[in-house]
Design a protein around this ligand. Structure first.
Ligand code: SF4
Length: 292
């Protein structure tokens, strides 16, 4: 790793390995239309995906977060997690929770360190209206959310919650479920418009900074306990190292996605530098914490 701050490598990478998802969130910024032009199925073949994980580990990323789409739908997700663990990385998965059953939790216990569940609301109506529901129709009910938390706790995975705040939920309370789940981190994001990805419905979801702050101040006790980490649109900027399903680094620049060349064809070092990620913004959004 180099010493000049602007050249310091961000130590965590989000690998969006798989575009397919069983939910239909209308604000989703990960439909990966560009990747699907290259790979119509929305993912690399298994062997290339495993090779990519090995190369990311060899480059020096310490933590990898598997994301999608919905990564638990990928038939080789456990092999990717195991590969990352064998190569020394801390492993995480971001999931909508619909496929987190006993079989998944048992199978991945040795290799998966953290589970990050996306919960935006406990209100059925909000989840249905926003499309956060399987096929856009079957949302996880309040009871199912609590059962999901119990299941993850039973297997002693480290737990994080992600919540996207938008017009439909910014006045809602998430205090009860958060107090129950006791996540080590609760990331609360302002819904992010990304040109070419979520334009169709985004006007029904975007909120002002003030509306976002309303949600945060209504949950300030979790901020005081250092559990709630807030990220508005500008706080996210350039601070997430993301790999798309076609195996390219990408970044949200000027409101739209920009992509590096193929990592497998050109190497991690060169393609990472193409993106100009910002280490200081990563630090400012509390990207470094006790993840090991
Ligand atoms: S669950 Fe995640 S990947 Fe799937 S549609 Fe919703 S936001 Fe997008």
């Amino acid at each position: 790793m180099e010493t000049k701050e602007r050249n310091i490598i961000i130590p965590s990478v989000n690998y969006h390995l798989w575009e397919p998802c069983n939910m239909r969130c209308k604000f989703c910024f990960a439909p990966f239309y560009d990747a699907k032009k290259l790979l119509p199925k929305g993912h690399l073949p298994k062997e290339q995906s495993l090779q990519l994980v090995r190369e990311l580990a060899a480059f020096g990323f310490e933590k990898i977060t598997f994301a999608g789409g919905e990564p638990t739908l990928c038939p080789w997700i456990s092999e990717l997690i195991t590969e990352a663990k064998n190569y020394g990385m801390t492993t995480m998965i971001v999931t909508n929770g619909s496929m987190i059953n006993e079989a998944f939790l048992t199978q991945n216990k040795e290799s998966l360190d953290w589970i990050i569940i996306s919960i935006d609301s406990l209100a059925d109506e909000t989840n249905l209206q926003s499309g956060r529901a399987v096929t856009g129709k079957k949302m996880l009910t309040r009871k199912e959310h609590f059962k999901l938390i119990d299941r993850i706790r039973k297997y002693k995975y480290r737990l994080k919650i992600n919540t996207v705040i938008h017009q439909l939920n910014y006045k809602e309370s998430m205090s009860e479920v958060t107090a129950y789940a006791k996540p080590e981190r609760w990331k609360v994001f302002q819904v992010l418009p990304v040109k070419g990805e979520n334009d169709k419905h985004i006007d029904d979801f975007v909120i002002s900074d003030e509306m976002f702050s309303t949600f945060i101040s209504n949950h300030r006790q979790f901020q005081e306990e250092n559990i709630l980490i807030r990220e508005n649109n500008s706080e996210m900027k350039d601070s997430y190292v993301m790999v798309d399903p076609a195996g390219r680094f990408y970044n949200n620049k000027n409101g739209m996605q920009e992509y590096s060349q193929s990592i497998l064809n050109n190497g991690v070092e060169m393609t990472y530098r193409e993106m100009n990620y910002n280490y200081q913004n990563f630090i400012n959004r509390k990207g470094v914490y006790n993840w090991k």
